[in-house]
Ligand binder design. Structure first.
Ligand code: ZN
Length: 434
């Protein structure tokens, strides 16, 4: 169970997550290609990932697996001069998915393919050219403004060719076939919070949950954003019914408060457990309703699936200036934020694992607690006992009792365990069980 002594302390988990982010940071990833494979290979050293390859051209619902992109080098230099833009210095400097080019051209033509951030003149933006052929470079605005007239040698040594889309999957079986899906996009190049933080949290959760018994099975997906989730859903459609709860993990390493985005259903167990865990923690947090924009919750919560999958993040995309820029770097993510994210997701999963329906076996009048050692004794929480006894009519699960009573989930769960031990409560099958 999450929370057992076999689990790493949040502080240790935060440090280990940071180390994995540091190891993965330099790799030039994209939605296909060797950078993605290399990333999955590094993750495979920690958890036994199954790595899948889906050929280019494969139809997946309304989409088609694109050609595979790989890049070896890219630069711009003043004719016979030094390199002024260099992929080897930062992989953000090339427009991700750029087609190859090897030509000399005047500044005016080059400028049509340059991207910068006038408002943040020292940062390099992260830009992509998925699904539309183009080439380009990204650079600090100050550098762009300083470019002199003249001819420039422009080279992108990339290939866009038939190959495959790669993703990683790991199933951690539990007592039940019912699954909790943990999904993170693994396609961004050197950006730390978006989304190496989410990747590192998924890895740490997989390692930690693997150490103890589990009621639910846990399926971890390390996939390229959008196309990866669509591909997985398409290839695994018969299995999707097993997913009873899920989380998209993204942006969990910045210093902002935790923000949970509810599933499209809004009242799934994962949504209720997330709200309860965050409320119980006493830390600042925010809960947002589902909206059809964001990360891969868009695919899992598409109307044809409507899966109970929420999103766990800190500051969401677009709400921090460093988002999709070179400033989302190893200084931007913090080990204590990573540690807190780990701890909160574990608390949430702990609630899911412990949530049960019970029936009060002595519902006519209050049972006499004193004769069972459940009144005015050390370790006895009478208020929690009375709430659990009163609401355990088979219609309220422990989460619903915590919600209605305003008590912490831990108090309710402890009271239920004591009442079960004394014979006053019996477990009833939950409606989700098969
Ligand atoms: Zn992103």
């Amino acid at each position: 169970m999450p929370g057992d002594a076999s689990f790493p302390s949040p502080a240790d988990a935060g440090r280990e997550m940071y180390e994995l982010i540091r190891e993965l940071f330099p790799i030039c990833r994209s939605i296909t290609g060797d950078g993605l494979r290399q990333t999955l290979e590094i993750i495979s050293r920690r958890i036994p990932l199954a790595v899948r390859e889906v050929p280019s051209g494969t139809p997946v619902f309304d989409w088609v697996i694109p050609r595979e992109w790989n890049i070896r080098d890219a630069y711009v230099r003043k004719a016979r001069g030094e390199k002024i833009i260099d992929f080897q210095q930062s992989n953000l400097q090339v427009l991700n998915y750029s087609v190859p080019i090897n030509r000399t051209m005047p500044l005016a033509e080059l400028k049509e393919h340059l991207f910068s951030l006038p408002d943040r003149p020292d940062w390099i933006p992260y830009r992509t050219a998925y699904y539309r052929e183009n080439w380009g470079f990204c650079l600090p605005h100050t550098q762009l403004q300083a470019l002199e007239e003249g001819n420039y040698e422009v080279r992108i040594d990339s290939t866009l060719a038939d190959g495959s889309l790669t993703y990683g999957e790991y199933l951690l079986p539990g007592e039940r076939e019912e699954e909790v899906l943990i999904s993170c996009h693994t396609c961004h190049p050197s950006l730390a919070n978006d989304n190496l933080s989410g990747v590192s949290l998924a890895v740490k959760l997989a390692e930690s949950l693997g150490r103890g018994p589990r009621r639910f099975s846990y399926r971890f997906l390390f996939i390229p954003g959008t196309i990866g989730a669509i591909t997985w859903l398409c290839l695994n459609e018969p299995e999707v019914v097993k997913i009873k709860n899920g989380l998209v993990l993204t942006g969990v390493g910045d210093s902002g408060k935790i923000i949970y985005k509810k599933s499209r259903r809004g009242d799934a167990a994962i949504d209720r457990a997330a709200v309860q865990a965050l409320r119980d923690s006493g830390d600042p947090f925010e809960v947002r309703d589902f909206h059809p924009y964001g990360y891969d919750e868009r695919q899992y919560c598409s109307p044809g699936f409507n899966l109970p999958v929420g999103r766990f993040s800190r500051t969401p995309y677009g709400e921090y200036p460093e988002y999709h820029t070179s400033a989302d770097n190893l200084d931007f993510v913090k080990t204590d934020a990573l540690a807190e994210s780990f701890s909160q997701v574990l608390s949430l999963l702990r609630i899911l694992e412990a949530n049960r329906f019970y029936r009060n076996r002595c519902p006519k009048g209050e049972p006499q607690l004193g004769k069972r050692g459940l009144y005015a004794a050390p370790g006895i929480d009478e208020l929690a006992l009375l709430w659990v006894l009163n609401l355990s009519d088979g219609g309220y699960d422990l989460l619903a009792i915590a919600e209605r009573s305003g008590l912490e989930f831990g108090r309710v769960a402890r009271a239920a365990a004591q009442l079960k031990e004394s014979g006053l409560l019996e477990e009833v099958p939950d409606r989700g069980a098969h």
